[in-house]
Design a protein around this ligand. Structure first.
Ligand code: 5GP
Ligand code: MN
Length: 332
């Protein structure tokens, strides 16, 4: 993969650009896709942002959302946009399989592909890009990319709102160790450009339905198991649990972090039964590497302290298997 600067000549004249991100997108995925999209449109390009699946409700307020195509709902339109594109940008993932439905199309596409991402171990399939695991978020990297191009002055309040969203959500609202001085300097710059940060906190964190809040209460009371011996806790949610509270996309967001607020818990896992697989989310504090853990046991990956994976076993078997691994490896 060549440095992203080598792709600048490609962007000197107006181009048709396809941008995509990972399946079940989060704040950083949509923030970086839209922030980049709004910037490239300002530069005179024609841009189609494509999400592999629907957006969670708490991101629907974001500037640029109406332009997003959802592959699950509009696959033909997305495939046409991909076929017509001159350039493909991929943000907040580093392996085609993370896009699920778009995997084959991206693999087959012959246009120049540009990566902007902060996950560990990128696949060697991009022509140009930035892959920096030390970065807090892909949104921070889109901000760096715009600056690298000398376009800081093009960052308006809409782009600032998109980029802020991803930095805020990926840093746990600026509390994780990955929150560097550079992150705070970036936010200061966005504030100078008119960012209304408290509105964004409200949109993301204070927009729960009563049902979602009650679901959280149920989950913490009934569905969380704590293993003090391993400094670990696991929340497991079957399809039945999810149906009981009519859980929709986004309702389980952040659940995995709650156990880490218990004194002594340094490893938290959320196991969710989905239609076609069992999904694992891992979070840790300190030096337990959940990225390697996810890769080794659950066909996944991600970051050192936040990762995900999956199992094709039945839900019950997947939960049992996880607990066996826990007792085998004794995380500390
Ligand atoms: P989440 O638990 O929120 O789904 O994922 C946590 C982090 O790990 C996110 O940054 C996400 O992109 C990454 N991640 C989740 N699942 C996978 C996976 O299967 N493979 C890789 N490489 N990363 C993942
Ligand atoms: Mn991210």
């Amino acid at each position: 993969m060549h440095p992203i600067q080598d792709a600048f000549p490609l962007l000197q004249t107006p181009k048709k650009i396809f941008i995509t991100t990972h399946h079940k997108p989060d704040g950083d995925a949509i923030g970086s896709m839209l922030g980049l999209c709004l910037y490239l449109v300002k530069k005179g390009h024609t841009v189609v942002p494509v999400s592999p699946s629907e957006l969670p409700d708490f991101l629907m307020w974001m500037p640029g959302v109406p332009a997003i195509l959802n592959y699950e709902a509009e696959s033909k339109k997305c495939e046409k946009a991909l076929a017509e594109a001159d350039i493909i940008f991929c943000v907040d993932f580093n392996d085609y399989s993370r896009t699920k439905h778009l995997t084959q199309q991206l693999t087959a596409a012959t246009q120049p592909k540009i990566l902007i991402d902060h996950h560990l171990l990128p696949a060697q399939v991009w022509d140009y890009g930035m892959s920096i695991p030390e970065k807090s978020s892909t949104c921070e990297m889109v901000y760096d990319f715009i600056n690298l191009y000398g376009d800081n002055s093009l960052i308006d309040t809409d782009i600032a709102a998109c980029l802020y969203t991803g930095v805020m959500t990926d840093t746990g609202a600026f509390r994780f160790p990955i929150t560097t001085a550079a992150v705070h300097e970036m936010i200061a710059d966005l504030k100078h450009k008119g960012l209304d940060h408290s509105r964004i906190h409200e949109e993301i964190y204070d927009s729960w339905s009563l049902r979602r809040m009650q679901f959280l209460g149920y989950v913490l009371l009934e569905k969380m198991e704590v293993f003090p011996k391993y400094n670990a806790a696991v929340i497991s949610l079957s399809r039945k649990d999810l149906k009981l509270f009519n859980v929709t996309t986004g309702d389980t967001e952040g659940l995995v972090n709650y156990p880490l607020s218990i004194a002594g818990i340094r490893f938290a896992t959320l196991i969710t039964e989905r239609a076609d697989e069992v999904k694992f989310s891992f979070r840790s504090k300190g030096d337990f590497d959940v990225s390697s853990f996810a890769r080794q046991y659950f066909s996944g990956g991600g970051h050192f302290n936040a990762s995900g994976g999956r199992s094709t076993a039945s839900f019950i078997d997947a939960v049992t298997n996880f607990k066996e691994i826990l007792s085998d490896i004794h995380p500390r």
